[in-house]
Design a binder for this molecule. Structure first.
Ligand SMILES: Cc1ncc(C[n+]2csc(CCOP(=O)(O)OP(=O)(O)O)c2C)c(N)n1
Length: 306
């Protein structure tokens, strides 16, 4: 795993962006760029990171950066990668250029999944980074396919009809692995060395690779900006968000959690789950705990853990 001393001092993301104080996605971007190894082109789907890092006439990126529409970061990355390949074939470019596509969870789990699926199937050599703040935050906290069960959003408001979002989170990494790619991983901004190491590994893979990083959003999670890393860590330590990787057919649980904290510890720091602590929703916390346990056990089993 990478050590602090090995990280480049150079900042390729910000200052100059306008993301919120305590923004998990902002932290995830800064860490992402620490894994870059050489010439790199980033393409970024519309979402908080995209709009807040490119407010004319400012740009927070220290690498070539291409805006892309909400739905097609992976398609843009495919085009960029194919273009470089053609230039190399014609002898007009000697070096390899790394291509990184970035999407939020809305831009990945929902609207961008078609472009992502196509790019993975075609085998383009690029890294897809999904920063997951578990809702469409840029447009006002609407639920996405990544929003966890029970979270209140503007389109899944908790009340007498529903206990927050009724559905469960999609298994993005499972979907990506099913395409037959070589590398996919989850990560957390609370475990920066695991995250940065995985991004570098994903860049080094020949072919498509996907990294799914959990990035808390104080605005949408209704949490304190100072608690972002604490919450990101609790997501892992309660087993709410298992940290693992898939490398050429082998699963590995990167962060083992032998003595998990109860999931309430993660939920209670966030206003989006506040209603679950009312007596009428007590059963929902039990259901979430059940789901969390089963999901972790599933991944532990895939990873060959007892
Ligand atoms: C085709 C299309 N539909 C809707 C929008 C409006 N829109 C822009 S960003 C966004 C939400 C992005 O959510 P997510 O990808 O989760 O990123 P976040 O804002 O949370 O960073 C939406 C709905 C759009 N730009 N294009």
């Amino acid at each position: 795993m990478v050590t602090l001393r090995e990280l480049p001092v150079e900042e390729l993301f910000g200052p100059g962006h306008r993301l919120c104080a305590g923004c998990g996605p902002a932290i995830s971007m800064r860490m992402l760029t620490k894994a870059f190894r050489g010439p790199t082109v980033v393409t970024n789907a519309t979402g908080c990171v995209e709009v807040a890092s490119s407010i004319y006439p400012f740009n927070a990126w220290g690498v070539p950066w291409v805006h892309t529409a909400f739905e097609n970061a992976a398609a843009t990355a495919s085009g960029i990668e194919a273009g470089f390949k053609a230039l190399r074939r014609k002898g007009k470019l000697e070096r390899n250029v790394d291509v990184i596509a970035i999407g939020g969870d809305g831009g990945t789990f929902d609207i961008g999944i078609q472009a992502l699926s196509g790019a993975l199937e075609r085998g383009h050599d690029f890294v897809y980074l999904c920063y997951d703040n578990e809702a469409y935050m840029n447009t006002g906290i609407q639920r996405s396919g990544a929003t966890p069960h029970g979270a209140a959003t503007t389109t899944s408001p908790a009340g007498s009809k529903i206990p927050g979002k009724p559905e469960w989170k999609k298994d993005l990494i499972g979907i990506c692995i099913a395409h037959g790619i070589d590398y996919a991983a989850t990560a957390s901004i609370a475990y920066w060395n695991d995250y940065v190491t995985k991004v570098r590994k994903a860049i080094e893979v020949d072919g498509p690779a996907v990294v799914h990083v959990l990035a808390p959003c104080p605005l949408g999670w209704r949490s304190e900006p100072k608690d972002t890393i604490k919450i990101a860590k609790l997501a892992v330590q309660t087993r709410f968000f298992p940290i693992y990787e898939y490398d050429k057919g082998t699963y590995r649980l990167s962060i083992k959690v032998p003595n998990p904290k109860p999931v309430e510890e993660f939920l209670k720091l966030q206003g989006r789950f506040r209603h679950l602590f009312q007596p009428e929703f007590a059963d929902e916390i039990r259901k979430i705990q059940d789901y969390v346990d089963r999901n972790y056990e599933r991944i532990a089993k895939l990873s060959g853990e007892p």
